[in-house]
Design a protein around this ligand. Structure first.
Ligand SMILES: Nc1ncnc2c1ncn2[C@@H]1O[C@H](COP(=O)(O)OP(=O)(O)O)[C@@H](O)[C@H]1O
Ligand SMILES: [Mg+2]
Length: 361
């Protein structure tokens, strides 16, 4: 049984069937009961877990399985995501409510299961959304990157995919999140050799999910939705596509305020101006610009041996140094690629028409 445990603020994903970890668990329990010796117990637990991890790494290279990141009920919530309210509503209805109220959906004979693909420019919160979805629903979360399950040898990837679905069936209710999905679900026509059988195998596993597996939700994310095999995009598989756009004014404002919250910000800081200057920034861009500005303020503090507050100008300086916006580059590339397949990406086209006329032309 794999579990996530927390020691001193770090999460460890561990397999408690191993004896080191059984001992570590005992120490963790004791640390809670025997408060006088809490530190000793925690140290012992930590040592045992370290030993187990080394052991596990060796086991992993031999077996190449069980190497998905599994989190028990992530703490991330929708409230941590700024803006994107309509996306939150869609995901609530499609994923969270069926997990929370299975009986209601059964009553209406509403089919649930099947999955969604989130797509959009990098850094706009797709991965963040997946984790928050599992957090909101209060279920187990499998975070699967293609690199985690792609094996070097023939048949290894297929084995890992089967292992993943087996684990998910045992850990219902759960969300399986396929990050960087294009690396796993690439169109078979474009794929080489055993990447082709990877898609076929994934299809077999998804189609093999039966009535007993209704509490498994599939979410995929990609920056290249056009590369995903069409068979995977069909209803009952990853039938629903959701576009995750760059944050709007409100969204950017929320991300910026969160990021600067609790830091020494000058009272005259002009949030509105900065948010307006960050048009087409992704969430990740906003974080990056803030980090860069804060770093400069800190080094000034160190140099002059006094505390400076973060000012509007500090942020404007960092914005000026950011020359290329990945989101804009992504939209330009996307529009060229989807020229002949506009019906699959209606939300994207609509977004461009409403927000990015200047970019598109
Ligand atoms: N709407 C948002 N609200 C809050 N934070 C965001 C938002 N969008 C992006 N971020 C921040 O940017 C980081 C990168 O986002 P991520 O989910 O990894 O993007 P993607 O998967 O789309 O490439 C997140 O970890 C989060 O800190
Ligand atoms: Mg991501």
């Amino acid at each position: 049984m794999t579990k996530t445990i927390e020691i001193n603020g770090s999460n460890y994903e561990v397999n408690f069937s191993k004896s080191y970890l059984n001992q570590a668990e005992q120490h963790l329990i004791k640390s809670k009961i025997d408060k006088q010796n809490e530190v000793e117990h925690l140290t012992k637990a930590q040592q045992l877990i370290d030993r187990a991890r080394i052991n596990n790494i060796i086991a992993k290279t031999e077996l190449q399985n069980n190497n998905f990141i599994l989190k028990d009920k992530p703490k991330t919530r929708f409230s941590d995501i700024s803006g994107l309210e309509d996306v939150k509503e869609k995901i609530k209805l499609k994923v969270i409510e069926p997990l929370k109220n299975p009986k209601l959906f059964e009553l209406f004979n509403k089919k649930f299961g099947g999955g969604i693909i989130m797509y959009g420019p990098p850094g706009c919160g797709k991965s963040f959304f997946a984790e928050a979805t599992a957090g909101e629903a209060g279920v187990t979360y499998f975070n699967v990157k293609a690199s985690d399950i792609k094996g070097k040898y023939v048949g290894e990837t297929e084995k890992n995919i089967s292992e993943l679905f087996k684990l998910a069936k045992k850990n219902q209710p759960c969300v399986i999140f396929f990050d960087e999905f294009e690396a796993l679900g690439r169109e078979r026509g474009d794929a080489v050799g055993h990447d082709k059988s990877m898609v076929s195998h994934l299809l077999t596993e998804i189609d093999g999910l039966g009535n007993k597996d209704k509490q498994i939700m599939l979410i995929a994310a990609t920056n290249e939705p056009w590369s995903i095999d069409l068979a995977l995009r069909r209803e009952g598989r990853f039938g629903k596509t959701i576009f995750i756009p760059p944050p709007d004014f409100e969204g950017r404002s929320g991300i910026l305020k969160n990021k600067l919250n609790g830091k020494p910000v000058d009272p005259s800081f002009d949030f509105d101006l900065i948010v307006r200057c960050m048009e087409n920034y992704s969430g990740a861009d906003i974080m990056e610009v803030c980090e860069a500005a804060i770093e400069k303020v800190i080094s000034r503090c160190l140099k002059d041996k006094k505390v400076y507050l973060i000012t509007t100008n500090d942020l404007l300086g960092a914005i000026e140094e950011k020359t290329e916006l990945i989101t804009v580059k992504w939209f330009n590339k996307a529009l060229k690629i989807i020229e002949n397949d506009q019906s699959s990406f209606k939300e994207l086209i609509e977004y461009v028409d409403n927000n990015l006329k200047a970019v598109a032309s």
